[in-house]
Design a protein around this ligand. Sequence first.
Ligand code: ARG
Length: 672
Amino acid sequence: MNVLKIIAQRFGKALETIGVEPGPYLELIRPSQDAKFGDFQANLAMPLGKKLGKAPRDVAAEIVANLNWNDWFEEPEIAGPGFINLKVKSERLAETLQKAATDERLGVDKTAKPRRVVLDYSAPNVAKPLHVGHIRSTMIGNSLARVHRFLGHDVIADNHLGDWGTQFGMIIYGFRNFLDRAAYDADPVNELARLYRLTRQLVDYRGAKKELPTAETLLDAAKKSVADQAAKVAEAKAAADADGTKEAKDALKKANKERDRLAKLLDAAQEKYDSVVGKIAGVEGNPEIAKLAEGREDIGEAVLAETSKLHHGDEENLALWKEFMPRCIAEVDKIYERLQVQFDETLGESFYNDRLAPLVDRLKQMGVARETDGAIGVFLAGDDVPMLIQKRDGGFLYATTDLATLEYRRDKFAPDAILYVVDFRQSRHFEQLFAAADFIGMGNVELTHVKFGTVLGDDGRPFKTRAGDAVGLKSLLDEAEARALAVLEANDANRPEAERLSDDEKRETARRVGIGALVYADLSQNRESDYVFSYDKMLAMNGNTATYMQYAYARVRSIFARGGVDVEALRKEFADGTRTLVLAAPEERALALELSKFEGALENVLRDYRPNQLTTYLYELANRYSAFFEKCPVLKADDENVKANRLLLCDLTARTIRKGLELLGIQTVERM
Ligand code: ARG
C-alpha cells in the first residue's frame, strides 16, 4: 500500500479532466518537507500555469475542484504561489497501518507488473583473493535481488565467475615453475595468489624491458618538442610585445595553446617511462626475483600458450584447472557464507568456452565482425574503436564471453532485463556490449550497467594495503567483526552479571553488527560516488549506520521483553478487530506516516537500482521512532488502549527495520 501512488492516480484523473496529459507532472507530487504543509505536496500548478498561460493558483483551484479527495484526504489547501498541500485523514492512515501491522508482508503489495530480471553481480576472478571492491558488487547486487523478489519480480541471480581468463595461464605457468608445495598444501588459494602475482610481475618485467627503449625515445622527443615550443612562445611573445597587432596576439595565443598540449603529452610520456622503469626496478632490485627472471625472456608468450592450451582442451592444463577450481571456489564461498549471499546460478566464464568460436563465425558471416589488424572486431555505429572478439593468436576475449552470455541468458531465461552490477571502470565495455547486443537480436530486453565507484582510503586514493595491494575482503570482515566484538564487550561490562551475553551470543552478535556495519556503510552511499572507508564511522551508534538501526530494533525488542508483552496476542487483537488503532499524538502520527512509506521506498530502490534509497528511508524511520519514543511513554502510558496502540506502532517499526535491513542483506540482533 503506497499512499503516494493513490495520490498520483487521483491527480492523473483530475489532470485528464481538465485536458492535461499527466505524464511528467505527477513526478512533482512529493512528501512534504515540513508537517506544517501537510503530508504531501503537489508542485505542479506552477509549470502548468506557465504552459496554459493561467495564474498558477487558478490552475491549482481547478485541479482541486476536479480531484477526488474526500475519502482519503482532508480538504486540500492551496498555499503560496500554487502549492497543493494534502493531509491524509488520520483514520485512513491508522486503518492502513493496522492492516500492515497484522500482515506478513507489512502491507507491501506485490507489483502489478512482475518482470523477470537476470542479476549479474559479484563475479570475482576466483584465482585471486577477493578484495575491498568486491563488497560493492556483491552487496549492491544482493540487495537488488532481494528487493526485486520481495516486490514480486522473478530474479535469476547469476554469478559470472572469472574462472577462465589469462589469469589461469599465469597460475598454471607459476604452478609449473615456482610452486612452494608445502605452502600450497597448507593454504592453496594463498599460494595460487602468490604464484599469480609473481608470474604477473615477471611477465610485466619482460614487457617493460622491451618497452624501455621506445619509452625513452618518446620521452626524449616529448622533452625536445616542449623545449622547442617554449622557444617559439618566447619569440611570439616578443613579437606581440613589439607590435600589438591582433595577428601577433593571436599567434601568441596559438603558441601557448600548443605548448600546453605538448606539456600534457610530456606528462603522459613521463608517466609511462616511470612505470616501465618501476617495473624493471621491482625485479632487478630484488636479487631473489631477479634470479627467477633469468633465462625467462619468453615468459609472456609462455603464459599465453598455457592459457591457449587450457582453452583448447589440453588435458594436463585442464586437469590443473580442475584441481584449482574447487579450492578457489571454496575460498570465495566462505566469504559468501559470512555475507549471507546466495546465487541461483553460477555460470562462470568457462561455461561459455564452447560457444565462443561458433559465435565469432556467425558474426563474421553476418558481416558484423571483421578483421582488424590481424584480430577480429565488431564494428559499432558511431564508434571508431571496434569491440575485439578474437585476438591475433586466436584467443577469445572478455567481450566474446559476454556476448555468448547474453545469448545464453536470452534463450535460457527469456528475461525482461539483465542488470550488471560492475565497477564504473568497465563502462566502456558495457557500452560496446550493449551496442553489439542488437546484432545478436536481444529485442527489447533492458540491459543496464549498474555501475559503482571506488572505495578510498584516508588519503583519498583507492584503499590499499601498505604494500600497495588492494585490501583483502577477508581481512576487512575480520577487522569489522573484531571491532564490533570490542564494542559489545565494553557494553556488556556495564551490565549486571545476570544479563550479560553468552560467548556464543557475543560472537554471533559481533558478526552481525560488524559485517552489517560494513555492508550498510557501502549501501548507504550513492553507488556512483567514491567513498572513504572508516571503521569508526560505520560502527557509530548514532547517525546513518547499521549499528544505529540494529540498536533501534533491539531497543523495541527490549520494551516487549521488559513489559512481558505477548506480541502475537497483541497483533491478533488488532487483526480481529478487538482493538482499533488510533493515532492521537503528533509523534504517533508522524511515525505512522513514515511507516506507510515503506513500499514507496522499495519502489524507489528499483527505479534506478539504488539501495541507498532504502537506507535513507530506514534512517528517517529510526529518527521518527526516536522522536516518538521520547514524547510518548509506551509501557508507562496511562491508558490501556493508548499503550496497546503504541506497542503496535513499536512492533511495526521493529518489523519494518528488520525487513528493511534484511533486504539490504543485514541481520538484526535481539540484544547488543
Ligand atoms: N570478472 C569480472 C571482473 O572481475 C567481472 C564480471 C562482471 N560480469 C560480466 N558479465 N562481465 O572484472
